[in-house]
Design a protein around this ligand. Structure first.
Ligand SMILES: Nc1ncnc2c1ncn2[C@@H]1O[C@H](COP(=O)(O)OP(=O)(O)OP(=O)(O)O)[C@@H](O)[C@H]1O
Ligand SMILES: [Mg+2]
Length: 469
């Protein structure tokens, strides 16, 4: 059973507190990049922008890039140097978690290091908060790094002889902040990253996960808008790693940071990323939301990469739902409902209230009885227990209701408007990554239990004068 989000806490096992774990918690509801608000230009919503970025190592890096721009392949220029990043362009929105994913050697670290100027680009530009950071003097670059971008490393890089609080406050000390002020700030951050009570410990007294919390705390103390994280959780064991991922998401929601996160772990990428850039041999081969990458991979390489993803936790109701076909309104009455069910050969119809909101489901037998009894009010037989889910619900949450009832699951928005339905066969097909392609026939479930002729007969027998069949 999956623990609901509120039951999953970010408490480190080492604290001795009860920790409830799910093997694979579902991905959080997506937070799509925020569109520009009124009075806010698009550039203000873009935290980091890379434009036609190249990095080559080796003897003649500029020659490598020049030849590649002229159409040479990576292999053809290998005698001149290694093209580590090739023609990378993307924009990271403010408040977004942007994941860069790819196999070892695909260029992820090289790319992220150009974003904060740790590595010079061989060609192309990087802009942070609207300011170019490529080709600027070293002093200016240090300034951008201090104010705008901080980095969390895979191996924590803590100062071993300093306490947790001094490690967290280290950057502030370097900036010249007074002792009292920086310790007060560090204390707040220590609480934020879940290290209350450990301020005076040395790094060696902490577990790996806790050490990485210190690393994260140190980056947060710098108060920059952008955090770069290069395989920051890869050295942690799986449970601690998952806790850190969850806590990162909580922190991100609380602090609104822009996070660029590198990983070669696909499930981590899918769990954390608002968008994912997939790299291969130095190139970005696709940028998209986890669902886009899963459902619409740009090429065979990406498709192969994502084939082992736990689809149930990445795909959402909205991405698999079907249009609602057998739909009636409370005001339409039972005869109309019966006719629609007959036409669609289904034993259930979705009912909408007058205001268009989802009211529930009616079954063919109940409607038939109503029609025979001459009762015109559909409302008495609406089954209120039809399952409805939000468009963001991951498929894993749909499995149980789908097993318990043969009714298609209704997908409704926050105003209870019916957006679509998910019949059981559709759910199974999505989970198994097979097509429900039945030619032009729509999926209609549950199948009719009363014959067409019987419905037609009943409608005829009970027809009011002038009522059409
Ligand atoms: N300083 C360097 N000098 C020469 N070649 C380098 C240097 N840094 C990286 N490379 C090469 O550039 C390519 C990309 O390396 P990079 O470290 O960016 O990959 P990565 O995706 O981060 O891999 P990993 O997952 O192993 O960390 C590799 O072929 C690597 O050997
Ligand atoms: Mg790397």
């Amino acid at each position: 059973m999956i623990a609901p989000a509120h039951a999953r806490n970010g408490v480190e096992a080492g604290h001795g507190l009860p920790v409830r774990h799910s093997a694979h918690p579902t991905r959080r509801p997506s937070r799509r990049p925020r569109p520009a608000c009124r009075g806010e230009s698009v550039t203000e919503t873009i935290a980091v922008k890379a434009d036609r970025l190249y990095k080559a190592f080796g003897r003649r890096p500029h020659e490598v890039v020049k030849k590649m721009k002229a159409g040479s392949s990576r292999d053809e220029v290998s005698s001149l140097g290694t093209a580590a990043v090739i023609d990378a362009s993307f924009e990271v929105h403010r408040g977004e978690i942007f994941v860069v994913m790819g196999l070892s050697g695909s260029g992820k670290s090289t790319l992220i290091r150009m974003l904060n100027g740790l590595l010079d680009a061989t060609s192309g530009t990087v802009t942070v908060a609207g300011q170019p950071i490529t080709g600027i003097p070293a002093a200016q670059l240090r300034d951008v790094r201090r104010k705008n971008i901080s980095m969390v490393f895979q191996h924590f890089a803590l100062l071993p002889h300093r306490s947790v609080i001094d490690n967290v406050a280290y950057g502030l000390e370097v900036q010249g902040m007074g002792r009292e002020e920086r310790l007060a700030k560090a204390r707040t951050i220590i609480r934020l990253v879940g290290l209350d009570g450990w301020a005076d410990s040395l790094p060696s007294e902490l577990s790996g996960g806790m050490q990485q919390r210190v690393g994260l705390g140190r980056a947060l103390a710098a108060d920059t808008d952008v955090l770069l994280m290069d395989e920051a959780f890869s050295a942690l064991d799986p449970l601690i790693r998952r806790e850190m991922q969850e806590q990162l998401i909580e922190l991100q929601a609380e602090l609104g940071k822009t996070i660029i996160f590198i990983t070669h772990d696909l499930n981590e990428a899918m769990f954390l990323g608002d968008r994912i850039a997939v790299m291969r041999d130095g190139r970005i081969v696709q940028i998209g939301t986890p669902e886009e990458i899963l459902t619409d991979p740009a090429n065979d390489y990406v498709a192969q990469f994502v084939q082992d993803v736990d689809r149930a936790r990445v795909l959402t109701a909205a991405s698999v739902m079907e249009p609602v076909r057998a739909v009636v309104t409370t005001t339409g009455g039972p005869r109309a409902a019966l006719r629609i069910m007959r036409d669609f050969q289904t034993s259930a119809a979705f009912v909408l209230n007058r205001d268009g909101s989802f009211a529930g489901v009616v079954r063919d037998r109940d409607v038939l009885k109503l029609v025979k009894a001459g009762d015109a009010d559909l409302r008495s037989i609406i089954l209120g227990d039809a399952v409805s889910v939000s468009p963001d619900a991951p498929l894993v949450e749909l499995v149980e209701p789908s097993v318990e009832s043969d009714l298609a699951i209704a997908v409704v928005d926050e105003k209870k408007r019916l957006l679509g339905v998910i019949p059981r066969v559709t759910l199974l097909a999505a989970l198994g990554n097979v097509s429900t392609n039945t030619g032009d026939l729509p999926v209609i479930e549950p199948a009719a239990t009363i014959s067409v002729s019987m419905i037609t007969e009943t409608l005829r027998e009970t027809a009011l004068e002038g009522a059409a069949l």
